[in-house]
Write a protein that binds this ligand. Structure first.
Ligand SMILES: [Zn+2]
Ligand SMILES: [Zn+2]
Length: 345
């Protein structure tokens, strides 16, 4: 089969590689339709690592995908050949303490699609996954929409975990695809005012679609001052979705006493300094988001019922052969890119 193989830093090659096959009775062989380029994939592309997860080249990355079931193992009941599916890229063991507690996202033996030393990714024609990773999609839903259910599920999970009070005032720091996923989900709740920041003006413009009360660029304005001028009692919840270290300090400053700081973004740095006394005096709750758990179907339902419309997020399209071009575009935030979608056929 054809695959876009990551051969080194910022170096993809389209190669012919052996196709995977069904090994276990619960396996599903999937023909990949579309793949979304995620910020975490871009970390592997530009630096070969996220924290201690280091790519051994050559390696196939990619974890946001939708496709068609080609064949199934003998014990598969969730899907049938020919069925179109969205994919949850998390393969959990099902028997550790975390899985038993319903925390499959922190499974002790977790293997994640396109994650170094876990599972090869989906930037190729075929993948094999456990049936529990396969979520059938209905009639009019496109592969592209199904692919976007992966980042949207992280938005669903982040909002669920933030225990939003009624009419909460919130800030989203960073409105890339994950920040926008959070924003889309917030718009399905009774959230109060939403404030957004980003260092990329195109993204601020893009976020206006969801009508933030205020938006600003921290490189040009004192976002903490401006937001606190409008909302002197400050924020109930801040979602950090940029992965930018400076935003961590801003988040703490923007929160009211008793507020909740939700860390969704992935930083390049291994350690991030915190204004610890402000954090303590305000008694801020910190919620970390590790991908998501049990939110894939919820995200698919939001899209299917048109409660959330993410169509405009897919700003750029590429064939598999142009994977390198897609990653260069996303890595450099060029041309107003939000989500680049790669099609296999
Ligand atoms: Zn992703
Ligand atoms: Zn487990």
């Amino acid at each position: 089969m054809r695959a876009a193989v990551l051969m080194g830093i910022e170096q993809f090659e389209i190669k012919e590689v052996p196709a995977p096959d069904i090994v276990h009775d619960t396996d599903v062989l999937i023909r990949v339709g579309t793949i979304g380029v995620c910020g975490s994939d871009v970390h592997y592309y530009t630096s070969g690592r996220i924290g201690s997860q280091i790519v051994q080249f050559p390696f196939i990355i990619g974890h946001e995908a939708a496709g068609t079931v080609e064949r199934t193992g003998n014990r598969v009941t969730r899907v049938k050949p020919g069925q179109r599916i969205a994919i949850d890229p998390t393969v959990s063991c099902g028997h550790c303490d975390q899985c038993k507690a319903g925390r499959e996202n922190t499974c002790r033996e977790l293997r994640f699609l396109g994650c170094p030393r876990q599972l090869e990714g989906c930037l190729c024609e075929h993948i094999v996954l456990h049936e529990k990773c396969c979520f059938p999609i209905q009639g009019s839903m496109t592969f592209e929409q199904a692919t976007l259910s992966e980042p949207l599920a992280i938005g669903v999970y982040s909002v669920e975990r933030s225990m939003l009070p009624v009419n909460a005032n919130v800030a989203i720091l960073g409105v890339g695809p994950i920040g926008m996923s959070v924003f889309h989900v917030l718009r399905t709740t009774n959230v109060g005012s939403v404030y957004v920041t980003d260092k990329i003006d195109d993204r601020l413009t893009f976020s206006k679609l969801l009508k933030p009360k205020w938006s600003g660029n921290p490189d040009r304005t004192d976002v903490v001052k401006e937001i606190s001028d409008i909302e002197p009692l400050l924020m109930d919840v801040v979602y950090e979705c940029s992965g930018n270290e400076e935003a961590f300090g801003q988040a703490v400053q923007l929160l009211k006493p008793g507020g909740t700081f939700v860390i969704v973004g992935i930083t390049e740095a291994d350690e991030v300094p915190f204004p610890i006394h402000e954090l303590r005096r305000k008694e801020i709750t910190i919620v970390n988001i590790r991908r998501q758990v049990h939110c894939t179907q919820k995200a698919i339902d939001l899209l299917a019922r048109r409660q959330v419309n993410m169509d405009s997020m897919a700003t750029h399209h590429f064939p598999l052969e142009e994977t390198q071009k897609a990653f260069d575009l996303v890595a450099n935030y060029r041309d107003g890119v939000m989500k680049a979608i790669i099609s296999v056929d």
